[in-house]
Ligand binder design. Structure first.
Ligand code: ASP
Length: 303
């Protein structure tokens, strides 16, 4: 495998077999039992956008595998002085990068890096496009709770339009025949969202989305990306906020997921966030072994 094929740019371009291979390897990874698969390697974390979970979990994952990590954030680096994406990439390569993990506000940024810099690139979120490591850790969480994707119905409720998490989730789940229902107001869930992947439909009424659902994914309204789009929080809460009463409409053993950050009192109540069906913190925990697998794959050690 060359550096390009060890990159992780999107879920759309992975086939089901490769996804299952990564998930299987992730099951064998344990941050409490470190393995030196990345010993002597340098992992650069290049973050042009805010992040808590993704950045820290890539860092914990890389260190658990014995790598050195270096964090570069746009504030305080030469990016602020106008350095281009590629010049930053060439600089990291000259500094001996073995893997570059990048989060960028523009869709396609990770692809541009991968095309020009011969170092494995991991997309940690590119604009509205994809967030592949999130989809893999979510799949890991689903499989730990539901054993298989067979016959599952997944409802994704919230700001689908601005969500790279939703796009990656749809691509992944669709490859395994999962029935996917996207739910929210027209502004946040345009009808065209059904074309993301096969098996995707849209529901406007949250009760329709919840009926028969095994896995419920909630998404934050991405206020930083609304760009003039007006969402009335009171109306959103009245129609879509996940409450204990609403959650009862789903299957009894439905699990509740959210990529974070959660906004308590907006897309969900505290009772639901902290309730028995919530897997939000389990997702965070599963992020580390999943990202260990992604990093091991990047350096050719996923065997
Ligand atoms: N953390 C996720 C992302 O970076 C979701 C969010 O920000 O709401 O896409």
């Amino acid at each position: 495998m060359n550096s390009a094929s060890r990159s992780l740019l999107s879920i759309e371009q992975l086939d089901a077999g490769e996804i299952l291979k990564i998930l299987k390897f992730a099951r064998s990874m344990d941050p409490d039992r470190p393995r030196p698969l990345l010993k002597g390697k340098r992992v650069f974390l290049l973050f042009y956008e805010a992040s808590t979970r993704t950045r820290t979990s890539f860092e914990v994952a890389a260190k658990s595998l014995g790598a050195q990590t270096v964090l570069i954030q746009s504030a305080g680096s030469s990016i602020e002085k106008g350095e281009s994406l590629l010049d930053t990439g060439y600089t990291l390569r000259a500094l001996g990068a073995d893997v570059i993990v990048i989060r960028h506000p523009n869709a396609g940024a990770a692809h541009v890096m991968e095309r020009h810099i011969d170092v494995p690139i991991i997309n940690a979120g590119d604009g509205l496009h994809e967030h592949p490591s999130q989809a893999l850790l979510d799949a890991n969480t689903i499989l730990r709770n539901k054993k298989s994707f067979k016959g599952l119905q997944v409802a994704i409720v919230g700001d689908i339009f601005h969500s790279r998490v939703a796009r990656s989730a749809c691509h992944l789940l669709s490859k395994f025949g999962v029935k996917i229902i996207l739910c929210g107001p027209h502004e946040l869930v345009p009808e065209i969202a059904t074309t993301i992947a096969p098996g995707v439909s849209v529901a406007r009424d949250v009760n329709d989305a919840l009926h028969g659902t095994d896995v419920l994914m909630l998404l934050r309204v991405q206020t930083e990306r609304l760009a003039g789009l007006k969402i009335d929080p009171a109306d959103y809460i009245a129609r879509y906020q996940m409450t204990s009463a609403r959650l009862k409409m789903a299957k009894k053993d439905c699990i509740l997921m959210h990529p974070g950050p959660i906004i308590r009192g907006l897309e969900l109540t505290s009772e639901v966030a902290d309730g028995m069906q919530s897997r939000i913190l389990e997702q965070v925990r599963n992020g580390v072994p999943t990202r260990m697998a992604i990093l091991a794959r990047a350096v050719g050690k996923m065997r």
